[in-house]
Design a binder for this molecule. Structure first.
Ligand code: AMP
Ligand code: GLY
Length: 427
């Protein structure tokens, strides 16, 4: 079977790296991919954004003529826009939910209502479509809130505030200045929680739920979890913060009711359901649902996954997850993100990256490319804010992190930086 992966980040490189190890995988394609994916498969020049009839037809045409038996859709934008629905075919499996199910990430107002309808633990929230009403509420609210653009905003539409003035300001930015465009047609204003954040990723085949091992991501830019929010500066797994007891609580109080509620509404969720949780003094609460693998969480998980990812993805897409068994390497994995100078703000692209081979030769290290490209002379250059994901296995988290950091030290490009303290919260 040939496999096509949609996307161009570290998540997609890592998925491809694991899929390539499957005896089921023949040729591996990426659309559009990056410099790293080009080394393990074939990058295609197919437009994936925006998802429209013409672009979806071109991908479908490619799949038909190249015997693609599995399409894996990595990012949320094409999922929310319905690419999975358009590519589904009787002789082809698609990993990733259709638009109706992906709405769980694409529309935070809807998702909040869904959680409320089945009493899934989450912050108390108000939903506003009228800017005046939202402002009046924010200006007079006593306790700290988080203001969220309801639609997709490239991970930037969430503003954590400390007082009424900041909350009103956030409403203005989202609904009046329209900083995130149409994503700000509605806002969710919710009570601010405190606690550790963990990511729970579960495969869902419509009815069956298969929880992956536990991970924690570090979203803040700087060491000590300081500075602005990013897409994630590193992740590690497993995390001792999630005990077996907490995992079963999350399964029974959060995942099962959510998947059942969707099912009752006629929505078959097939793909990965990512619950971003905060471990509050009152128990785990859902901060967000995502319809895709966490990035960089999955980069930290996959080196520990034993078994056949292609089979697992087919089983998810075909509704037979109850027939598969998975196992995890007992060692820890740490993934460190090397970022461009200036990220998460504006940054320059096209800086030449050196030392990749030396870094990859470090013990138990695997490097996934996130924002890279190959320039005209064949050199690997930076092409994004998060550039590389350096992952290492170790007998414990400290060893895994030391190995990842040592490998990071061998990679050079102008302005490169990374956090050396991934996993510090549990060390
Ligand atoms: P999201 O895009 O929903 O994951 O939000 C981005 C980040 O904002 C999360 O990782 C949290 O750190 C923070 N956040 C979101 N909702 C809340 C909340 N209710 N309380 C505290 N922090 C939050
Ligand atoms: N690492 C956070 C996310 O994928 O949303």
């Amino acid at each position: 079977m040939n496999i096509l992966i949609i996307g161009s980040g570290g998540r997609e490189h890592a998925l491809g790296w694991k899929l390539k190890q499957s005896p089921l995988c023949d040729r591996l394609f990426f659309a559009p991919g990056n410099a790293g994916t080009a080394q393990i498969g074939e990058n295609l020049d197919l437009a994936i954004e925006p998802v429209n009839t013409r672009n979806a037809d071109a991908i479908d045409f490619f799949c038909r003529h190249n015997n693609v038996g599995l399409v894996v859709i990595g990012p949320e934008d094409p999922l929310v826009a319905g690419l999975a629905d358009r590519l589904k075919h009787k002789s082809r499996a698609v990993f990733g939910p259709g638009a109706a199910a992906a709405r769980i990430e694409g529309d935070k107002a809807w998702s909040k209502q869904l959680m409320r309808s089945v009493a899934v633990p989450t912050s108390e929230a108000r939903i506003f479509r009228d800017p005046g009403a939202a402002l009046a509420f924010a200006e007079h609210h006593e306790t700290p809130v988080v203001v969220k653009a309801a639609g997709l905003a490239k991970g930037k539409g969430v503003i954590v505030t400390s007082n009424a003035g900041e909350a009103a300001d956030a409403v203005r930015r989202i609904m009046i200045d329209r900083e995130f465009g149409d994503a700000g047609d509605a806002v969710v204003i919710e009570e601010r929680q405190t606690g550790q954040e963990v990511s729970v990723l579960a495969l869902v085949d419509g009815r069956n739920i298969y929880m992956l091992d536990t991970t924690q991501d570090h979203k803040q830019a700087f060491e000590g979890d300081e500075g602005p929010n990013t897409g994630g500066m590193g992740a590690y797994c497993p995390t001792p913060l999630m005990t077996d007891e907490l995992m079963s609580q999350v399964e029974s109080e959060i995942l099962v009711p959510t998947v059942d509620a969707l099912y009752r509404d006629g929505i078959t969720y097939r793909g990965v359901l990512y619950a971003g949780l905060m471990l509050t003094p009152g128990g785990p609460k859902v901060i967000e649902f995502n319809c895709r693998f966490g990035d960089p969480e999955i980069q930290a998980l996959l080196p520990r996954l034993k078994g056949d990812l292609a089979e697992l993805m087919l089983a998810t897409a075909e509704g037979r997850l109850d027939q598969v068994e998975l196992d995890w390497d007992r060692r820890a994995c740490c993934c460190v993100v090397i970022a461009s100078e200036g990220y998460p703000g504006p940054y320059e692209k096209g800086r030449v990256i050196e030392g990749l081979d030396q870094a990859a030769a470090e013990p138990e290290v695997v490097i996934f490319h996130a924002g890279t490209a190959t320039d005209r002379s064949g050199q690997v250059v930076t092409a994004g804010g998060r550039v590389l994901n350096v992952c290492a296995l170790g007998d414990d988290l400290r060893q895994a992190r030391d190995r990842a950091n040592a490998a990071c030290g061998k990679v050079h490009f102008e302005g490169a930086w990374y956090r050396r303290d991934i996993g510090h919260r549990v060390m």
